[in-house]
Design a protein around this ligand. Structure first.
Ligand SMILES: [Zn+2]
Length: 244
């Protein structure tokens, strides 16, 4: 009898430990994109799936790719001739840093001011280390122009379908209309919430308890002259509440 109670207690404790640690163990380097998705065992190259892509060697976490394929197939069943193309998936820190450096160079020449330069880049591009594209959970679909989704005939059909159906597969639109700060609305950017919610929770944990652990690792152009805590607050956390 005692043995039975002991064993069930042990099982309960083990269950609780594995489950509570599961939600809080996104490694810091993966949270801020400082890893190589191409060699990560949980990631899959989209070239090895049926998903249409606009360039080779884009990666996603495997469960994300599986759900995205289901969504894609459902869309194609209804609209066989309309485009549903993955145009961006995982972008690691080094890649994002390349985008940031390029834009910084051009825009700093124009504004000659770090804050104005950062604000201009941040309309659509993340600071390296703060992008949801680091997580292997987020994708951009078909076009990076709002006008495509809001005005183009095919784009409107796609966007209506995404809004109505993507939640069935676990995806939310991260950057919706009506948020007071953060990125402009992005009709093309969809996030796999069952996994991404652990990343955003972990990011919140670091910024509340140990912000220096993240901030010390961000060494992109202008980082010394920017209020990174505030920018992270505005840009990482100001998302559609359905993505939390
Ligand atoms: Zn995106």
């Amino acid at each position: 009898m005692m043995m039975k109670i002991f064993i069930s207690l042990l099982v309960t404790i083990l269950f609780m430990t594995t489950h509570s640690t599961f939600a809080a163990t996104v490694p810091l380097n993966e949270l801020i994109g400082q890893f190589n998705e191409k060699t990560h065992p949980n990631y899959i190259n989209l070239d090895h799936t049926i998903l249409p892509v606009n360039k080779p060697n884009m990666y996603l976490q495997k469960p994300v790719a599986e759900k995205l394929i289901e969504a894609y197939q459902a869309f194609k069943a209804e609209h066989p001739t309309l485009p549903f193309i993955i145009i961006s998936a995982t972008r690691n820190y080094a890649y994002q840093n390349g985008i940031w450096q390029r834009k910084w160079k051009t825009l700093y020449t124009k504004y000659k001011n770090s804050h104005k330069t950062a604000d201009a880049i941040l309309q659509y591009s993340s600071m390296p280390g703060t992008s949801r594209h680091h997580w292997g959970t987020d994708v951009d679909i078909t076009s990076l122009e709002s006008s495509y989704f809001l005005q183009d005939q095919q784009g409107k059909i796609l966007y209506d379908w995404l809004i109505k159906n993507m939640p069935k597969y676990g995806f939310c639109q991260s950057f919706t209309q009506g948020r007071k700060v953060g990125y402009q609305p992005e009709e093309w950017h969809w996030s796999y919430q069952p996994i991404a919610k652990h990343y955003i929770a972990q990011y919140r944990y670091y910024m509340d308890k140990h912000p220096e652990q993240i901030i010390n690792k961000l060494n992109f152009a202008g980082h010394n002259n920017l209020n990174l805590k505030k920018l992270i607050n505005d840009y990482v956390f100001s998302i559609n509440h359905q993505c939390y």
